[in-house]
Design a protein around this ligand. Structure first.
Ligand SMILES: O=C(O)CCC(=O)C(=O)O
Ligand SMILES: [Fe+2]
Length: 369
């Protein structure tokens, strides 16, 4: 295996050393066929579970194929995203996320990151989540990521996007059950936390620009996702993930697949056996669309290592957290409208908001030779 670092964008633009990654030719990533799950034989299901478990333990990152979601549905949702993002700024701002206190609607790129414009994440998004009624106690309480979605005024758009959400969410339940099987835990133990979950879908649009690719100028900075796992459709190169050796590697789109990465909740549940993958999107300077669905739990779900993984080390490393609070404490600094609401005393969290996610891991340089 060669270990050369290769550039991945036009040479004219500056790409800082720390924004480079191994290419997929140098370091392979698992592509897991979910076909046998639909067939339903115990042997087929067990084989898929074993493959998912292996990938979840090694890098926490893999592609899935034969997942049952028609390509036309994925394409139609990408088209809907483009249709939204191509509208005028003032049209999009009618549904600014800051008009809600449960984070729904349009997120302009200046909302991203706590020290904008010193650092810029060149992405804007349309955010929606699991539909919950307006009289849901967590909606009434505010700042709990729970409640009704908002929708732009585009004919047919809600049907397309919510149809995609429902399909990917159902796939998420299947993945959850299969990962439970692999861990030899009762799927019901995991599913009990899913009634009106904080499971967000983002329709992301990375904005074309001629800025360099640096730690300060990013598509999206290095992070792990905060939920159980993420099911991501990518419409172009730029995503990099940390492999089993904690080395950055490119994860280009593979037709017909979704990218899946394990998140903080599954790492906690498994007492660290599954890895919450660090990933980032470099600033390629090119327009790019992607659609992650973060498969999460109810806001109040208590997350701790599952009984069989409750070793003293695991308990020390993974203090009990509430699923929604973990999401909020990670986002409260990340979105400017939330930071403003905190400054004004409109949003008063009764939990600590750390500077950094405790699940963060630093990247290593690839071994030479
Ligand atoms: O756009 C991508 O490919 C990844 C996005 C991502 O990591 C995120 O939104 O958490
Ligand atoms: Fe992510």
């Amino acid at each position: 295996m060669t270990r050369d670092l290769k550039e991945q964008a036009a040479p004219a633009r500056e790409i800082a050393e720390d924004q480079k990654a191994l290419t997929i030719d140098d370091a392979t990533l698992p592509v897991i066929d979910l076909g046998p799950l639909a067939e339903g034989t115990p042997e087929g299901t067990a084989a898929v579970a074993a493959a998912l478990g292996k990938a979840a333990r090694e890098s926490g990152f893999f592609y899935i194929v034969n997942h049952g979601i028609p390509q036309e549905q994925v394409d139609a949702t990408f088209a809907a995203s483009r249709q939204f993002h191509e509208m005028t700024r003032s049209e999009k701002m009618k549904n600014w996320c800051g008009f809600t206190n449960h984070h729904r609607g349009y997120v302009p790129y200046e909302e991203n990151g706590w020290d904008f414009p010193k650092t810029i994440n060149f992405n804007e998004a349309w955010d929606m989540s699991y539909e919950a009624p307006a009289d849901h106690p967590d909606h009434v309480a505010g700042w709990r990521m729970t409640g009704p979605n908002v929708w732009p005024d585009i004919p047919g758009w809600k049907q397309t996007v919510s149809g995609y959400y429902d399909a990917v969410f159902a796939l998420g339940l299947t993945l959850l059950d299969t990962l439970a099987l692999e861990l030899d835990v009762d799927p019901k133990e995991l599913r009990q936390h899913i009634t009106t979950p904080c499971s967000q879908l983002r329709l992301l649009h990375y904005i074309a620009n001629d800025m360099p690719a640096t730690k300060e100028m990013m598509g999206i900075g290095a992070h792990s996702d905060f939920e159980c796992f993420t099911i991501l459709a990518t419409g172009g190169p730029g995503l990099q993930v940390m492999n089993a050796d904690d080395v950055w590697i490119e994860a280009p789109p593979i037709p017909g697949t979704f990218v899946v990465n394990i998140g903080d909740i599954f790492e906690t549940w498994s007492g660290g056996q599954f890895k919450s993958t660090q990933h980032r999107v470099i600033n390629s300077g090119k327009e790019r669309y992607s659609m992650p669905l973060f498969f999460g739990l109810d806001y109040h779900a208590v997350v701790e290592p599952l009984e069989k993984f409750r070793t003293p080390e695991a308990l020390a490393k993974y203090p009990t957290m509430r699923a929604g609070e973990h999401l909020m404490r990670m986002t409260a600094k990340g979105f400017r409208y939330m930071a403003d609401a905190r400054e004004k005393g409109v949003f008063v969290p009764d939990y600590e908001i750390p500077d950094e996610n405790p699940f963060k891991r630093e990247a290593r340089q690839p071994a030479q030779g």
